[in-house]
Design a protein. Structure first.
Length: 91
């Protein structure tokens, strides 16, 4: 039984590591979109044209939220994955 718990913990750690990297990358994309949009927003009040990188902001924000959700649910996901693996080995 201890072996199974160790395996679940290892799988959960790998899921968390990947989710953290994904959250950092997509968070950076969101922030970059916001920072690139700031100069355009400043010229908005002067009647000039402006560009808002809303695609990068929305995409980064959604993907970052999904990665955080994967990070939080890593143990449950790992438990299900290990259980499915063990069921397939029994057959």
């Amino acid at each position: 039984m201890e072996h199974i718990e160790t395996l679940i913990q290892e799988v959960a750690d790998k899921i968390r590591r990947k989710a953290l990297i994904s959250a950092l990358i997509h968070g950076a994309i969101c922030i970059a979109g916001l920072l690139l949009s700031l100069p355009g927003l400043e010229s908005m009040g002067h009647g000039g044209s402006y560009i808002i990188f809303w695609g990068a902001v929305v995409f980064g924000l959604i993907q970052c939220a999904r990665a955080i959700s994967r990070y939080v649910g890593a143990t449950e996901t790992a438990t299900g994955a290990v259980a499915a693996y063990l069921r397939s080995e029994v057959r």
